[in-house]
Design a protein around this ligand. Structure first.
Ligand code: 6PG
Length: 476
């Protein structure tokens, strides 16, 4: 009774669209949803594609409808629901079958599930899928990790349904256990930084220059024809130019400025810190969302500090061109930090991640897709000097071209009292990375002073050196 190459559990927005995409690409797909009526309605509305959809009403039916080795995609809410589905499926499957978690899982959960399933001879694939509803239906970017041989069994399906960049599928396998979900997490971290920086430009133009939403939207539309061409700049232009049907106002003006976050951006920052990394642009973007949540506090602060004088007169004038260059430079810095994080995680978990492939699967289909990613992928393939994208000649040049604009934007924002946490974080990182002698010599001195933690001498290279410090000297 096996009729389908692949099964899919969870007919929510993402699952429903992914199954239609699979069916449209000619692969029979068995679908299951906990509430059976959802499956009936889904099949009824699938039109011609219903011929490639096999509706099932129990997990047993789903399993029986699949050719071997069985491959079952789970597209349910991340966390506990994924574990419940795996628990229900495990006794029904045979050795060599595979379970594919296509949700936004925390990669630690993926590692745990991978280890647990392998003891029962089952294979697990943790697969990040980006691109929202539209992507799921017509071509997402797919970041898989886990059992490589299982991935090869379904590679044809994943490549067929994925977005394409000049014919190359934006779907790949990145390494064992949690590698795919980690790549997706960092994708989301970069997504947060990119979105925040665009929002900071909007803030500077709205609050600094009093420009209308439509006007700013048009500017983004123009930028989307140039080096900043990207999905996020494009949709920002559209969001800003949309008029609310109810009020007749720009829709952005009637949206409460409190950002939601399901958690992937925060996970990126948490994992980065635990790996000794600090992707400041991503951290700043997460912070900005968290700060946005306390709107009542912000309103109280606005009243309390209303009388504060700003140095607006001394703020450097910033042109649209400055903002475009600053955004470009800061964006490159965010990618530099994201790639560094991927590299650190790869070392820690022995994933042997191919960073160029990461950039390649992000070229189309996903939320951070942009024309610049193709060049980034090439730069990574050519080899990044000191592992840093900002040192790669073609990107170093853009940073050089944009650095003074970024500096003026941060300075101007600061003097006007307008928050630009992600831009400021990008600039601080850049200035640190171009400073051969920093200031942590003093930090090391402080650490040795109060805790005898030791330091390395510049002149002899000797390690574990200690004072004596001035107070020791004074008291001796
Ligand atoms: C994607 C997106 C997606 C993300 C949502 C909401 O790649 O398609 O990153 O996975 O979950 O857009 O994310 P936040 O609620 O964290 O903003």
């Amino acid at each position: 009774m096996a009729q389908a190459r692949i099964g899919l559990i969870g007919l929510g927005v993402m699952g429903a669209n992914l199954a239609l995409n699979i069916a449209e690409n000619g692969f029979p797909v068995a679908v299951y949803n906990r509430t059976g009526s959802v499956t009936d309605d889904y099949i009824a509305s699938a039109g011609d594609l219903a011929k490639n959809l096999v509706p099932t009403k129990t997990l047993e039916q789903l399993v029986a409808s699949l050719t071997k080795p069985r491959a079952i995609i789970i597209m349910v809410q991340a966390g506990g629901p994924v574990d419940s589905v795996i628990e229900g499926l495990t006794p029904l499957l045979d050795k060599g079958d595979m379970i594919i978690d296509a949700g936004n899982a925390n990669f630690h959960d993926t590692r745990r599930r991978d280890a647990a399933l392998s003891t029962s001879g089952l294979n697990f694939i943790g697969m990040g899928v980006s691109g929202g509803e539209e992507g799921a239906r017509h071509g997402p970017s797919i970041m898989a990790g886990g059992d490589k041989s299982s991935f090869e069994v379904i590679r044809d399906i994943l490549e067929a349904i994925s977005a394409k960049h000049e014919g190359a599928p934006c779907a790949d396998h990145f390494g064992p256990d949690g590698a795919g979900h980690f790549v997706k997490t960092v994708h989301n971290g970069i997504e947060y930084a990119d979105m925040q920086m665009i929002a900071e430009v909007y803030g500077l133009l709205r609050d600094g220059e009093g420009r209308s939403a439509a006007d700013i939207g048009k500017l983004f539309e123009t930028w989307d024809q140039g080096q900043l061409k990207s999905y996020l700049v494009e949709i920002s232009g559209k969001v800003l130019q949309t008029i609310d049907e109810k009020s007749g106002q720009p829709i952005v003006d009637i949206i409460v400025d409190k950002a939601g976050q399901k958690g992937t951006g925060r996970w990126t920052a948490i994992e980065a810190l635990s790996l000794g990394q600090s992707p400041s642009t991503i951290e700043a973007a997460v912070a900005a969302r968290s700060w946005s949540a306390v709107k009542d506090t912000r309103i109280a602060g606005q009243d309390l500090f209303a009388g504060l004088e700003m140095d607006t007169a001394t703020a450097p004038a910033i042109s649209d061109d400055d903002l475009e260059k600053a955004l470009l430079a800061a964006k490159i810095i965010a990618y530099d930090q994201g790639l560094n994080l991927l590299s650190a995680a790869s070392d820690e978990y022995n994933w042997d991640l191919d960073l160029a492939s990461c950039a390649e699967v992000w070229r189309e289909g996903c939320i951070i897709r942009s024309t610049m990613l193709d060049e980034m992928a090439s730069a990574v393939r050519e080899g990044l000097p000191h592992g840093n994208l900002i040192f790669a000649p073609r990107f170093a040049q853009r940073i050089i071209d944009g650095a003074s604009a970024l500096r003026r934007v941060v300075a101007s924002a600061s003097l006007q009292g307008l928050p630009v946490p992600a831009f400021a974080a990008a600039l601080a990182y850049f200035d640190t990375m171009r400073q051969g002698r920093g200031t942590t010599d003093l930090v090391q001195g402080q650490r040795d002073f109060f805790g005898a933690h030791g330091f390395v001498r510049v002149d002899t290279g000797e390690t574990d050196q200690h004072g004596p410090w001035a107070s020791d000297i004074a008291h001796s």
